[in-house]
Ligand binder design. Structure first.
Ligand SMILES: [Zn+2]
Length: 256
């Protein structure tokens, strides 16, 4: 059975009601063997014949500025009258959303927009079950928003980690190796080498030399201290210093 047929089967199952609120979803096994393929709507790919996300897009009332209006097709409802009612409700839902977003809000008129229930009844939901169906639509929308936020947070964490920041309370990795930044002394998992010869590079090396020079000078007799400072500064000028991403950022910007 191909992806098209499975997507269509998931579409039908969603329509006749598997029991998502009990977290029981049908799965498909090719020939009764192999890996089980879940038949949840949101996991199905769009195909030329079947777009599993279409019902949810019909009910989208957030981000209408970015999302195109979904036309209600002629046979959407069980009768001509119901289809007409669904079309009117869809237009009303869209208008409510446009008004809310023009005001900078996201919620048209309450958590479950009134037109949503009318739309669901129009496309064939039983009146008695329409409220539960509307709640399912709202829950699916909230879940999508939550996933998007989670994905953004993970992306940000990967970015912070790649920059070498050591934030065990935020990113974990408390036991990972770190080294102190030559300029500020912060522990980082990755340091960047900054060399002399540019305005920002020299400014950073000056800070690093002051810091390392003070530390080295405190360990020798007074009369040798200025010489020790000179040697530290000369080493930095020659070899550069290793700095954390925050301290190295001005030099990186300069190099751009
Ligand atoms: Zn630093």
């Amino acid at each position: 059975m191909g992806a098209d047929a499975l997507a269509e089967l998931a579409y039908v199952l969603a329509g006749v009601g598997c029991r998502p609120w009990q977290r029981r979803h049908a799965t498909w096994r090719q020939g009764g063997r192999g890996a089980a393929r879940p038949l949840q709507l949101r996991l199905q790919p769009s195909t030329a014949k079947c777009d599993p996300m279409r019902p949810l897009r019909h009910c989208a009332w957030q981000g209408v500025g970015r999302v195109e209006r979904q036309a209600v097709s002629a046979g959407a409802g069980p009768s001509h009258e119901r289809t007409q009612a669904a079309t009117r409700a869809a237009a009303e839902l869209r208008e409510l959303a446009e008004v809310a977003e023009a005001d900078g809000g996201m919620v048209p008129d309450g958590v479950v927009p009134s037109a949503l229930v009318a739309f669901l009844v129009g496309v064939g939901e039983r009146a008695g079950a329409a409220r539960a169906a509307a709640a399912t639509v709202v829950a699916a929308t909230c879940q999508a928003v939550q996933w998007a936020s989670l994905a953004r947070a993970r992306e940000m964490a990967a970015l912070l980690e790649a920059m070498g920041l050591h934030l065990p309370e935020l990113l974990g990795g408390a036991g990972e190796l770190t080294a102190p930044c030559a300029a500020c002394g912060c522990n980082a998992r990755q340091l960047f080498r900054v060399r002399s010869g540019t305005a920002e590079g020299d400014a950073l090396l000056q800070t690093a030399s002051k810091r390392a020079g003070d530390a080295a000078a405190s360990r020798v007799p007074l009369k040798c201290q200025s010489r020790v400072r000179e040697v530290v500064a000369a080493a930095h000028t020659r070899y550069g210093a290793y700095a954390c991403v925050a301290c190295a950022a001005p030099r990186m910007a300069e190099a751009q």
